[in-house]
Write a protein that binds this ligand. Structure first.
Ligand SMILES: N=c1c2ncn([C@@H]3O[C@H](COP(=O)(O)OP(=O)(O)OP(=O)(O)O)[C@@H](O)[C@H]3O)c2ncn1[C@@H]1O[C@H](COP(=O)(O)O)[C@@H](O)[C@H]1O
Length: 109
């Protein structure tokens, strides 16, 4: 079985976002715009935190999947490819997380 990747889901999200399919949640969300998609991303983030702290592994798996899907929708609506995020993550592997944090401009989160 081939491994399903976030890049595969990114391709699906892009195709569904530009479809006019009335059965597509992605198309519906994309039509509501970046603000709504970003709001949904925030909600899924909160739901993932709650699941991590209080819910089952199955519930956390579901919330984490919702979170990653909504992140891909937001990246798509911003026109930012997942590969840019992966490149940034790969760049960071050259140093530890604390070294990376120290190298950030003052005030950056
Ligand atoms: N991975 C997902 C995925 N994860 C979560 N969701 C949807 O995200 C929504 C989140 O649920 P909520 O209750 O928070 O939101 P809601 O009440 O439905 O929506 P709002 O009114 O709040 O905006 C649900 O409708 C989920 O179905 C997803 N919808 C689609 N995908 C993928 O995208 C593909 C294309 O989907 P469609 O665009 O629907 O064809 C699917 O085959 C999947 O691979």
């Amino acid at each position: 079985m081939t491994m399903f990747t976030l890049a595969d889901l990114e391709t699906i999200v892009a195709a569904r976002a530009r479809s006019d399919d009335p059965t597509s949640y992605t198309a519906k969300l994309a039509a509501r715009g970046l603000s709504k998609a970003a709001q949904k991303l925030g909600e899924e983030g909160v739901e993932t935190v709650i699941a991590a702290l209080t819910e089952s592994d199955a519930a956390l798996t579901g919330e984490a999947a919702d979170l990653l899907y909504h992140l891909l929708v937001v990246l798509h609506l911003r026109g930012l490819p997942l590969s840019a995020v992966m490149d940034e993550l790969q760049r960071r592997t050259a140093q530890t997380g604390l070294q990376e944090k120290a190298s950030r401009p003052q005030g950056a989160s």
